[in-house]
Design a binder for this molecule. Sequence first.
Ligand code: OGA
Ligand code: NI
Length: 360
Amino acid sequence: MPNDDRRQSELRSFDNTKAGVKGLVDGGAFVIPQIFVHPPHHLDGITAKSCLSQQVPVIDLDGFNKDPQRHKAILEEILRASRTWGFFQVVNHGISTSTLEATLDGVRRFHEQDVETKKKYYTRDYTRKMLYNSNHDLYTSPAVCWRDSFNVIVEPGPLEPEELPEVCRDILSRYSKEVIELGTNLFKLLSEALGLDPNHLIDIDCAQTLALFGHYYPACPEPEHTLGTRKHSDYSFLTILLQDNLGGLQVQHQGEWVNIVPLAGALVVNIGDLLQLVSNDKLRSVEHRVVVNRRGPRVSMAAFFGRDTVGVNSRSYGPIGELLSEENPPKYRATTIRGYTSYFHNKGGDGISPLKHLEL
Ligand code: OGA
Ligand code: NI
């Protein structure tokens, strides 16, 4: 069998197990199957230690909307972090540590429940409100990642509780509500930080859609040959990421990979491609990845605002007029979310951000 056919057939048999990477590990895999081996250029710096002098900024949101001096300082910190790193961590963000822990537990419980129950959710039909699979780009990416994920479309709602898996139903409903509140506050802060009316980003529907992804990265027998998530930027407006304490998330900064060190009770916030586009590069969507570990599983929950798989948002997005001037002309052509994501899905494997293709 030619190599390509063999690879396709291995991908299909892995997909057909519907048990994901966790299924391989439970089956006693002590080497990783060939389809998970990444080419060397994906694995640059994989064994390097983090650059200790550099850390993603940690922003204390306490005082937001209450103390005018703190409020102003928060706006400055957010703007600086978003234009230099594209990432920051937030503390005192309004979601309790017990809710965060319960959310991560819920993600773990979903992936560790009885396989037969879990399999019912296994599909690649992204119009489904709740689904689970391993690697959304399994058949198109150059190498498979050591990760399984579930995906819930929270907004547009309503999301009926019965549509959610029983093992994590209550906590997913609770976390969704709280993360929407935090997301709304962050969009207000970002609008203000850009010098716009606080409601600007909300008014142009940046928070109209919300998808939650519950990722599960099993312990990996050969972490130096694969990745949990390969290098990418997020095709959202904004992402709020909750990670557990194992670490593995890395962000590109000044040509280096920097570990985003887990901080108890904190959430990681990052600017997505669509916010880079509408802010005309004032805010930056930065590439990141997840490395895996012999220890595991690692779990995380990513909340994507503006990732619209159902196509409710038909607005066209280009650089915001108020941010443009003669010295600062538009850098991108306008696009719809549908146009943007279809590009991503078609060319997802080429590793080039779709933003590049919209540059003027
Ligand atoms: C993502 C992502 C990081 C993580 O879902 O886009 O970057 O830690 N996740 O799971
Ligand atoms: Ni991401």
